[in-house]
Design a protein around this ligand. Structure first.
Ligand SMILES: NC(=O)c1ccc[n+]([C@@H]2O[C@H](COP(=O)([O-])OP(=O)(O)OC[C@H]3O[C@@H](n4cnc5c(N)ncnc54)[C@H](O)[C@@H]3O)[C@@H](O)[C@H]2O)c1
Length: 301
């Protein structure tokens, strides 16, 4: 199958590219940055340029669309830039997919969309109340999901929306919680916890997340939304303890006020992905952290 991955040079996209290549697919990475290693077809293109997307996505049967402003602090600092990339950029990808008769667009969304819900337990049918949308990053992902639904209804473009949990693993973005904790632990620096440390995540090992992306090519995933989240609940304090244990360093911790618009954590059901894709995260948090800390030791500058 001929597959294009926008954002394929990034953290998650690079793992998806590797897994799809292992299965024998022909991969083309569309990104403003070069891929993390040689061996992939690479098109340097910006998703906010419509003509570049038309050309870059020519001939792609499946399009994994991951390119985005993924750093939530950057999104907050530059909301227009965030919407340009995450919403307008998505429209350019959808338009190119439609004009080039792609079979499907598989979109990287986020469980942060559930921060619009008051429910503690959420699944893909949970109502998204846009009046409760807080972070500009979250609202940009919801807007992109809306556009995808419209493209299906208006033009018949097939999609799969994947709402990712918070991934970690080799090549994780340095500004996210696990890399910060691990780096500071290894360097003996102070760690700041926002709030009381009791807020939780179901961190997902990036290899498991990539596997879920590969399974999303199944016909049964067409025009559906799936949560791909971890199955183990880990508090921020739990991450800290794990970083300390695996690195063998005692950590220095300071507390700061919770950031209001942050995703607080929910019980995100992954039952649909289990039943319909045959997907389940395989890597325990402890095992994933060991792999990540091992990678970080070798790759930190
Ligand atoms: N990492 C997370 O915590 C997380 C959680 C849920 C969803 N997501 C989503 O998954 C996707 C991938 O996230 P990631 O963590 O791998 O991010 P990343 O920043 O590592 O990767 C994004 C890639 O997109 C590329 N890119 C950005 N703007 C571009 C543009 N205008 N044109 C072309 N390429 C561009 C970047 O160069 C980068 O290689 C994003 O859509 C993100 O919103 C991430």
């Amino acid at each position: 199958m001929s597959i294009a991955i926008t954002g394929g040079s990034g953290f998650i996209g690079s793992h998806i590219a590797e897994k799809l290549a292992e299965k024998g697919h022909s991969i083309s990475i569309i990104d403003v940055k070069r891929p993390h290693k040689a061996g992939f077809d690479y098109v340097k293109a910006d998703i906010i340029e419509k003509q570049s997307m038309m050309k870059a996505l020519e001939g792609a049967e499946y399009i994994y669309h991951l390119a985005a402003v993924s750093n939530v602090d950057e999104a907050k600092k530059d909301p227009v830039g965030c919407y340009n990339t995450n919403v307008l950029g998505t429209l350019n990808v959808l338009e190119a997919a439609r004009k080039n008769d792609a079979k499907r667009v598989i979109f990287a969304s986020t469980v942060w969309v559930y921060s619009t819900s008051e429910e503690e337990k959420v699944d893909e049918t949970t109502h998204i109340d846009i009046s409760k949308s807080r972070h500009i990053y979250t609202s940009s992902k919801i807007a992109a999901e809306f556009a995808i639904q419209s493209y299906k209804k208006l033009y018949g473009l097939d999609f799969t929306i994947l709402r990712y949990g918070i991934p970690y693993g080799p090549r994780a973005r340095p500004e996210t919680v696990i890399p910060i904790f691990v780096r500071n632990a290894l360097e003996g620096k102070k760690i700041t916890i926002f709030g009381d440390g009791k807020s939780y995540r179901n961190f997902i090992y990036v290899g498991d997340l990539a596997e879920g992306n590969v399974l999303a090519m199944k016909k049964s995933a067409e025009n559906k939304i799936f949560n791909l989240d971890g199955s183990e609940v880990v508090t921020i304090k739990g991450v800290l303890d794990s970083a300390s244990k695996i690195s063998g360093k005692k950590l220095v911790v300071e507390h700061a006020e919770a950031r209001d618009e942050e995703y607080k954590g929910r019980h995100v059901s992954i039952r649909r992905a289990e039943e319909e894709l045959g997907w389940k995260p395989k890597t325990s948090f402890e095992e994933g952290m060991k792999r990540y800390v091992g990678w970080a030791r070798e790759n930190m500058d």
